[in-house]
Write a protein that binds this ligand. Structure first.
Ligand code: SF4
Length: 432
């Protein structure tokens, strides 16, 4: 690694895949003398890693560029944009933001070493991914390491821009993933989260067709006391083999993140989701029947084009019927290139959309509290992650945050905690 002579600041918006990409970008730049900083004002190079899943997120990225544009008038500063908005907008961004130096797409991260030394303003956005190369990865999330296993998506849900910004599904080779997992463990991480837009599709594009279940069991064989998580799952791609693997494992955590998006079958059809409410019900049942203390979380959209009050009621009732433990929520946001964006005559009124989102969020809170209350009186294994305001904090296998009363425990310890109290967002207990 070179001596650090310059500082790089990266603002990461959006999903875990973007966060993981930012860790890789920082790692690549560390080979070229760039040290990460948390303070944009002391940076020589500012990068915004963008998300285009909602208009709001895209606007946030543009406003960040505006701030840096002003900073550039006061001192020399290199400004770059990458991620999904860069992939989507390409050259247009150089025209729109005259102070922008570099645009690189989701497929061009490994081209960075060439790009940063080139003269002039550059746009590197291709549809073909630049091959992965060996560089440092500067991980930023405490005891948990993200490990991308598959990128892109073939599903083309009618509202989603991901297949256009991340491309078609591409799995990483088993060997590359296992080697990265070994390195992660060598560095002392206690949790590995396998990442992908649709992790259940893992391996379908590889010659030997390794499955997610196979990959999980290979990682489980690695030595050490650690946990494995995986995210995100597509409901009908979850296999019996995967459920069995999680059930029989000691290291794979009992958590499934299975976005349902709507509780109404006609809306699911319009969304081009390949399942009905009944099929989602069967999957949830199968998982719950097989895996004790499993947490099932979801994503829902409020106000998809054509969504009636009745459809929305179906979404609310899905929470109760499937006893969902938590869900991310969002109001529908039309995205360029997607079919649903063209159904303007079916758009739900903005006020109605806002109201539905607020009702949905209240439902999430109600369900999360209910889910947390199930664990009062139980003893759960907690990985101690931090010490804040005089209390230790950690997470259970099924991803509940726990505040722990204890005299002395070490960050990184796995401890048994007796749960005494539950609130909406966390559990409270004492070390046994
Ligand atoms: S499954 Fe649908 S929502 Fe998820 S990334 Fe793929 S296209 Fe987007």
């Amino acid at each position: 690694m070179s001596d650090f002579s310059k500082k790089v600041y990266i603002e990461t918006l959006g999903c875990q895949m973007n966060k993981s990409d930012s860790e890789r970008i920082l790692g690549i730049l560390s080979h070229f003398g760039y040290e990460p900083t948390q303070d944009e004002h002391e940076a020589d190079f500012c990068i915004v890693n963008t998300c285009s899943i909602r208009k709001l997120s895209e606007d946030k990225a543009y406003s960040k560029l505006g701030v840096w544009g002003k900073m550039k008038k006061q001192k020399p500063l290199k400004i770059a944009i990458c991620g999904c908005v860069a992939q989507q907008e390409g050259e247009n961004l150089l025209k729109r933001f005259p102070y922008l130096d570099l645009v690189f797409g989701t497929h061009n991260i490994y081209e960075l070493p060439d790009l940063i030394n080139k003269e002039g303003r550059i746009c590197a956005v291709t549809n073909t991914p630049v091959k992965e190369k060996e560089f440092n990865i500067i991980r930023t999330k405490g005891l948990n390491a993200w490990l991308p296993i598959i990128e892109g998506c073939n599903n083309f849900c009618s509202y989603c821009i991901v297949p256009y910004t991340r491309g078609r599904e591409r799995s990483r080779e088993v060997e590359a993933i296992i080697n990265e997992a070994k390195n992660i463990l060598k560095q002392g991480y206690k949790e590995i989260t396998l990442l992908g837009q649709n992790v259940d599709s893992y391996g379908k594009d590889l010659p030997d067709k390794p499955t997610l279940a196979y990959l999980l069991s290979e990682i489980e064989k690695l030595e050490g006391n650690f946990r494995i998580r995986f995210v995100t799952s597509y409901p009908t791609d979850i296999t019996d083999e995967l459920i069995e693997t999680v059930k029989n494992s000691t290291k794979i955590c009992e958590c499934f993140h299975i976005p349902m998006q709507s509780g109404s079958t006609p809306i699911l059809k319009a969304m081009n989701r390949r399942y009905t409410r009944e099929q989602y019900a069967q999957i949830v049942k199968k998982i719950r029947d097989n895996i004790e203390n499993v947490t099932i979380t979801s994503d829902f959209i409020a106000g998809f084009p054509g969504e009636t009050d009745e459809d929305f009621e179906q979404t609310l009732s899905a929470f109760d019927e499937f006893e969902l433990d938590y869900s991310n929520t969002a109001a529908y946001s039309p995205r360029p290139k997607t079919p649903a964006a063209k159904w303007v005559d079916k758009y739900v009124d903005e006020e109605v959309k806002k109201q539905r989102l607020s009702v949905l969020n209240d439902k999430v809170k109600e369900m999360t509290l209910k889910s947390n209350q199930k664990y009062v009186g139980k003893t759960l294994e907690v990985l101690v992650e931090s010490f804040k305001d005089g209390k230790f904090e950690g997470r259970t296998r099924n991803n509940k945050v726990v505040h722990i009363e204890a005299d002395s425990i070490n960050i990184g310890d796995f401890v048994d905690v007796e749960i005494q109290r539950a609130s909406t967002w966390c559990l409270f207990g004492s070390k046994k």
